[in-house]
Design a protein around this ligand. Structure first.
Ligand SMILES: CC(C)(COP(=O)(O)OP(=O)(O)OC[C@H]1O[C@@H](n2cnc3c(N)ncnc32)[C@H](O)[C@@H]1OP(=O)(O)O)[C@@H](O)C(=O)NCCC(=O)NCCS
Length: 190
């Protein structure tokens, strides 16, 4: 992980969890512009699924439901020394019986990718899932061709569970997808 291990300045936006120079915490009102732009980033969305534009009204509605929806948690990712949002991480489909959830993450700007931010934030998301939500399994699906994402997830604690042939049709081409999951360390069979 190549992010500098700086101390967080005291005045940085509220942080829940920190790993070296990366933190995840609540979204602030000033984060929503960047979040809206990233949600509509056709290149980054193409690394995940086929592109559909998200309009402003639908986006505001989506954001406004988080506070009352206990099946989802949304975090802003921030880097030490910079109060601006660097990305977001979401746990969704939080299941109270199966004690599992889906994880999604985006580092917003290409210039910030490949610097260890995604690995650190994913590890923080898993830590939150185990420690604060009492989950034992977190899962995701990723394009098999997205080596950077697969590597970051593996470094954070995910393992590949299976491959799904021609599972995604994106921008005119079929892609295989991988199922990945992380299991809470020390989780027993019970
Ligand atoms: C996927 C994403 C969250 C990962 O975060 P990140 O900060 O870029 O990743 P990190 O820098 O923490 O880790 C990337 C790792 O992949 C490695 N890597 C980079 N390019 C690679 C490639 N083409 N193939 C394999 N590994 C690669 C890096 O060396 C690093 O591994 P290391 O720590 O062992 O050196 C981020 O890149 C992102 O948001 N991308 C755009 C959208 C996207 O791909 N979404 C995936 C949806 S499932």
């Amino acid at each position: 992980m190549s992010v500098a291990l700086n101390q967080f300045p005291e005045q940085i936006s509220p942080m829940l969890l920190k790993h070296g120079g990366v933190g995840i915490g609540p979204l602030l009102p000033e984060d929503t512009g960047a979040l809206f732009v990233w949600t509509n980033d056709i290149e980054a969305q193409g690394l995940d699924q086929s592109y559909r534009p998200v309009d402003g009204v639908a986006f505001s509605t989506w954001l406004s439901t988080f506070a009352s929806d206990h099946s989802r948690v949304l975090f802003a990712i921030r880097v030490a020394g910079n109060a601006a949002i660097a990305g977001y991480l979401m746990l969704s489909n939080i299941h109270p019986v199966n004690r599992c959830a889906d994880l999604g993450i985006r580092v917003g700007r290409e210039a910030d990718r490949g610097r260890g931010i995604g690995t650190a934030a994913t590890a923080l998301g898993l830590d939150y899932a185990w420690t604060h939500l009492g989950l034992t399994r977190v899962q995701l699906r990723v394009l098999a061709s997205n080596g950077r994402a697969v590597r970051a997830y593996e470094r954070a604690g995910f393992r590949i569970e299976g491959r799904h042939a021609r599972a995604a049709y994106i921008a005119g081409a079929w892609h295989d997808m991988l199922s990945m999951a992380a299991i809470r360390p020390g989780a027993t069979e019970s």
